[in-house]
Design a protein around this ligand. Sequence first.
Ligand code: FAD
Length: 303
Amino acid sequence: MEFVRRELKEVLGEGNVLVNEPMSRHTTFCVGGPADLFLKPGEEDLPWVMELLKRRQIPVTVIGKGSNLLVGDKGVRGAVIEVGGRMAKIRHIGGECITAQAGAPLARVAQEACKKGLSGLEFAAGIPGGIGGAIVMNAGAYGGEMKDIVTHVKVLDGDGNVRELSNRQMEFAYRNSCVPKNGYLVLEASFRLQSMDEARIRREMEELREQRMAKQPLEYPSAGSTFKRPEGHFAGKLIMDAGLSGYSVGGAQVSKKHCGFVINRGDATAGDIRSVIRHVQETVKEKFGVDLNTEVKMLGEFS
Ligand SMILES: Cc1cc2nc3c(=O)[nH]c(=O)nc-3n(C[C@H](O)[C@H](O)[C@H](O)COP(=O)(O)OP(=O)(O)OC[C@H]3O[C@@H](n4cnc5c(N)ncnc54)[C@H](O)[C@@H]3O)c2cc1C
């Protein structure tokens, strides 16, 4: 590992190769133990980095803004690759199209679209992820989803080839896409939007922002909706009806403002959060016979 670390530092630069980096610094839940190696490559470095890690048999985990992750307290073995600030360019904005790198924050891309009078990303303006994470998750809100606007996506496959996939090839589904099953790394995505009056787009974004502020516990660290929407139900309502509003373990709690959110009240461990999630799943299953699956992705080692 020491040898690999030195090789990576030579190519990526000292500040882009971190050792034993606490994942709590890179997740919106603000929990998670250390990653053995935490890498911040640029797009041009990625084929080489992936090849090196594969050759050295070092496991790789790719993350974006960490806004849909629960990382275990014992951290992540191997290398975590952050697709972030070094891959955050909006490459093209013109006509009714936008192309952005995977590390670009969704909110910034939505704002830039708005400034150009392009509608279609309003739903995404309040989602705190990056373009890559949003593509992987087919992020959505208020009736919009990434799949409605994506034209194509550039990915790096496991053999180091860059491939361009069409919307259909992405196999978008509810909070899912073909990326996890194929082990792709998302590099860039292109969107088709619609010309519209800028003021109208801004108004819509502002209204959605106000709805979020009113309904979601944004004052606490979380990863947004903890559970996927079960067919025919709303997760938050089931959890409330099960009497679990405010249920807590250590510093983790079912939000009283929105039961679909598990929040970190300040000093939660990943273990506390996972215990709350499990208790909620068991109780809802017992009371209503409904399986609640997590939307949040669990990574790394838990105690
Ligand atoms: C307050 C709050 C509100 C939220 N509201 C919404 C909402 O309205 N709708 C919604 O859908 N989500 C919502 N979320 C969840 C989250 O923001 C989205 O799922 C977002 O798309 C995740 O993006 P990310 O960059 O943070 O990805 P991460 O959380 O870092 O990663 C998510 C998954 O994608 C993978 N991944 C990330 N980047 C790449 C890449 N470049 N290549 C390959 N794999 C990658 C990771 O391995 C992981 O499996 C909310 C979260 C918070 C905290």
